[in-house]
Write a protein that binds this ligand. Structure first.
Ligand SMILES: *Cc1c(COP(=O)(O)O)cnc(C)c1O
Length: 420
């Protein structure tokens, strides 16, 4: 397919996928791939999940959109479920919170920032985040993102953001002054390289925020909804944030996001303070409702723990892997740089040519975010492909070569009838 009419924002795509089923994808040449990336931690229930497909199809033929001027029959169950899961950890709130739907992660972050500012009042508007964090690409979400090199071309960005070293509680404490409204943290920095915050750091951050009257926002857009082995990743530290952002996995690919807030925090928003034409529409919520039902039915946290432990065990044994970090099914695989250096992006390209979808999340680390429906056989098959790629150091450098040769190899290796 010609990409000529697209703004060249994403570079040249290496493959055109046309179909998926569970953890598998097929390209326009009929080649099969294992998907260990899930469209960036989105399709946690796998591709073409029957329950999600049926819910979306039925809703599409019933009612897609009416706007937020009118009530929506699907809201209640999605709100009730999300609220219950967000409070389900040790130390979780006993009082229900409140939810505002969004269309994407960046919009959920924007809404969280606006809510925090409105709640704290004029003069207390700053939001502290960590270096290496990622909170989205809209101007305020970009300003919140602790990656100065991403800011540079778009200056001036909206003011009101400060960045501190990750996992450094003293740095966080000394950055809090009377102008600070909130601290926003990713329990595991996803785009920043799958870098976990420590339990101690998250607990100390909660304590410091309480002492100083500052709101704690957990950005769970990538880590939420079971993927890391608990419903929300902050639950592994036994803290309860004041505001939580959710998106990626919520619609299994249908764009939908949400902001959760404690009732007293949420009360800051009055009619007219925020809005979105599409947010919370029946089609998106039909997907979210089906996803939440299914995630509960398969006990997503336990599934992610079990598969994640097995994936870590197998990956750790591969020659060329230095270590594995992360939690559940969100893992960062740090590649050994001795005896020869390996660029993770080249390794990811070589994996793709052999039928495994992963991404190079830093120059030296791969991100694995496979779906919860991964079979044990597919898990081992994916690890075998990575092992083969890391063993064959030589084909890593020719990432831009015509890929037909190795894809034929790939066909011999993994093609065939679906294994589900
Ligand atoms: C992906 C991501 C976002 C941005 O979400 P979009 O839907 O791409 O706008 C924000 N925060 C975190 C932690 C993310 O992983």
């Amino acid at each position: 397919m010609s990409q000529a009419a697209l703004i060249n924002n994403y570079g040249a795509p290496p493959v055109t996928f046309v179909r998926g089923e569970g953890a598998q994808l097929w390209d326009d040449q009929g080649r099969r791939y294992l998907d260990f990336l899930c469209g960036l931690a989105v399709t946690g229930l796998g591709h073409a999940h029957p329950a999600v497909t049926a819910a979306v199809a039925e809703q599409a033929s019933t009612l897609i959109h009416t706007s937020n001027l009118f009530a929506n029959e699907l809201t209640e169950e999605v709100v009730e479920t999300l609220d219950r899961l967000i409070r389900s950890g040790p130390g979780g709130d006993t009082e229900p919170g409140r939810i505002l739907f969004q269309n994407s992660g960046a919009e959920a972050v924007e809404a969280a920032i606006k809510l925090a500012r409105k709640h704290q009042g004029h003069g207390r508007h700053q939001v502290i985040t960590t270096y290496g964090s990622f909170h989205g690409r809209t101007l305020a979400a970009l300003a919140a993102t602790g990656q100065p090199e991403k800011h540079e071309p778009f200056q001036p960005l909206p003011p009101g953001f400060k960045h501190v070293a990750n996992n450094d509680i003293e740095a966080l404490e000394s950055a809090i002054d009377p102008s600070v409204a909130a601290v926003m943290l990713e329990p595991i920095q996803g785009e920043g390289g799958v870098m976990p915050a420590t339990r101690e750091y998250l607990q100390a951050a909660r304590r410091v925020c309480d002492e100083r009257g500052v709101l704690l926002i957990a950005d769970e857009i990538q880590t939420g909804l079971g993927r890391t082995g608990t419903w929300f990743c902050f639950q592994q530290s036994g803290v309860q944030p004041d505001i939580v952002t959710v998106a990626k996995g919520l619609g299994n690919g249908v764009p939908v996001g949400a902001v959760w807030a404690r009732t007293d925090t949420a009360a800051a928003f009055k009619p007219g303070d925020h809005g979105s034409t599409f947010a919370g529409q029946p089609l998106a919520l039909a997907a979210a409702r089906a996803v939440l039902r299914e995630l509960q039915a398969i006990d997503a946290p336990t599934t992610a723990q079990r598969l994640g432990a097995e994936l870590q065990r197998q990956i750790t044994q591969i020659d060329g892997v230095a270590n594995v970090r992360g939690s559940g099914l969100l893992l960062g695989v740090e590649l050994l740089q001795k005896p020869s250096s390996r660029n993770a992006r080249d390794v990811a390209s070589a994996c793709l040519r052999r039928g495994l979808v992963v991404n190079g999340v830093t120059a030296t680390a791969l991100r694995l975010a496979p779906p919860l429906v991964l079979t044990d056989q597919q898990l081992s098959e994916g690890c075998d492909i990575l092992a083969t790629v890391l063993k064959g150091g030589s084909d890593l450098s020719d990432a831009s070569n015509s890929s037909s040769q190795s894809i034929i190899e790939n066909d011999n290796q993994v093609a065939g009838s679906p294994t589900r």
